[in-house]
Design a protein around this ligand. Structure first.
Ligand code: COA
Length: 324
């Protein structure tokens, strides 16, 4: 087996890696080349504290497998860093020949060189999957490589045709829920920086800088200003919907992110009001199949008629820095 460094500027590498993933994971978990370009975009990665690299396994001149790995450093994280195997796949006809094992070994070596003390499968900042999808059965492969399984997270979904506001969303008083407008930018970023200074704040900064429309954020306004926000995705959003693997659901598809409400306002029904406002916004725009991704606590979303749609293993491993 030969291997070449994955180069996201090369259309043939994007094409090969997308084709390998789609063949290995099947139609329900397939994605487009646009999504592969988005998740490996060189304008996003490298040189900004965000580092990603990959390898393509080649046999007889044909790409047969690939791995992508990533790590966040300053200003997002302090050493020792946490790393990710963003995505890994081998063509079905070439599985069980040691290719996956070699690609994982390469990724772990690269992550150690980056100063990572541990590695998670999936769950990277430009997410392919939150972890190995349960339906693929690949958690066992990682267990054999010394990875621990730390439970399961899930996506939930429902058809928004016929959605009506549940009683739980009628409790909040004196709040407005609506899509954010350009003049809300500073207040939205201020809210996220105050309440969710980790991933959600940086995600919003990056999305708005990249030209994502601000109305994909639905905000909750109390008398204090922005006290809640969540991100939605439409088929024409900057962030590709492929990420949520909605193919089994009726179109048009949509997605809704986790609900974020100011710590001191929790327990006042704001989260439910925000969820309902976002669901009605998606419904008014014609969305049918709607996914809420990467959840552990399902009860809150079940109140809005969502059911578990897909499950992912949460898998990680400690890396001994300095030991190859
Ligand atoms: C997971 C995957 C990459 C493994 O690739 P592979 O090239 O078949 O793996 P290898 O041949 O290197 O396997 C190494 C070992 O794991 C075992 N193994 C491989 N896949 C396995 C599986 N699904 N379940 C149990 N054991 C598995 C092999 O038998 C081998 O065992 P050995 O060391 O005792 O000989 C491949 O199955 C795949 O592409 N799956 C779909 C994509 C996916 O699930 N990716 C992970 C989420 S990002």
């Amino acid at each position: 087996m030969d291997s070449v460094a994955f180069d996201s500027n090369r259309p043939d590498h994007i094409h090969a890696a997308t084709g390998i993933w789609n063949a290995a994971c099947g139609p329900d978990l397939s994605f487009s080349e646009r999504f592969m370009r988005f998740n490996t975009d060189p304008a996003y990665w490298n040189g900004h504290g965000r580092h990603q690299a990959g390898q393509i396994a080649v046999i007889d001149g044909q790409p047969v497998g690939f791995v992508l790995a990533s790590a966040l450093k300053e200003p997002y994280a302090e050493p020792p860093y946490s790393g990710h195997i963003d995505a890994l796949a081998v063509l079905p006809a070439y599985q069980r020949r040691g290719i996956g094992r070699a690609l994982v070994a390469w990724a772990e070596r690269w992550l150690r060189e980056q100063g990572c003390a541990n590695v998670s499968v999936g769950a990277s900042v430009r997410t392919f999957v939150p972890g190995p999808p349960v339906e693929l059965g690949s958690a066992l492969f990682f267990a054999q490589r010394g990875y621990s399984r730390n439970g399961v997270c899930c996506d939930m979904a429902r058809d928004l045709a016929g959605y009506t506001t549940p009683a739980t969303a009628l409790k909040a008083r004196g709040v407005t829920v609506r899509p954010a407008q350009p003049e809300d930018r500073a207040a939205l970023l201020g809210f996220l920086k105050r309440e969710f200074p980790g991933g959600w704040y940086w995600e919003c900064v990056q999305l708005l800088e990249a030209g994502s429309r601000i109305s994909d954020y639905v905000i909750l306004l109390s008398e204090r200003g922005v006290d809640g926000a969540l991100l939605v995705t439409f088929e024409d959003s900057y962030r590709p919907l492929d990420r949520f693997y909605p193919r089994r659901l009726p179109r048009p598809w949509g997605q809704l992110g986790s609900v974020g409400v100011s710590a001191e306002c929790r327990g006042s029904g704001y989260g439910a009001a925000l969820m309902d406002g976002a669901l009605r916004y998606l419904q008014a725009r014609g969305v049918r199949g709607c996914v809420i991704d990467w959840l552990v606590l399902v009860d809150f979303y079940a109140k809005f008629g969502f059911e578990v749609f897909r499950q992912y293993e949460m898998v990680n491993k400690d890396l001994q820095i300095g030991i190859a």
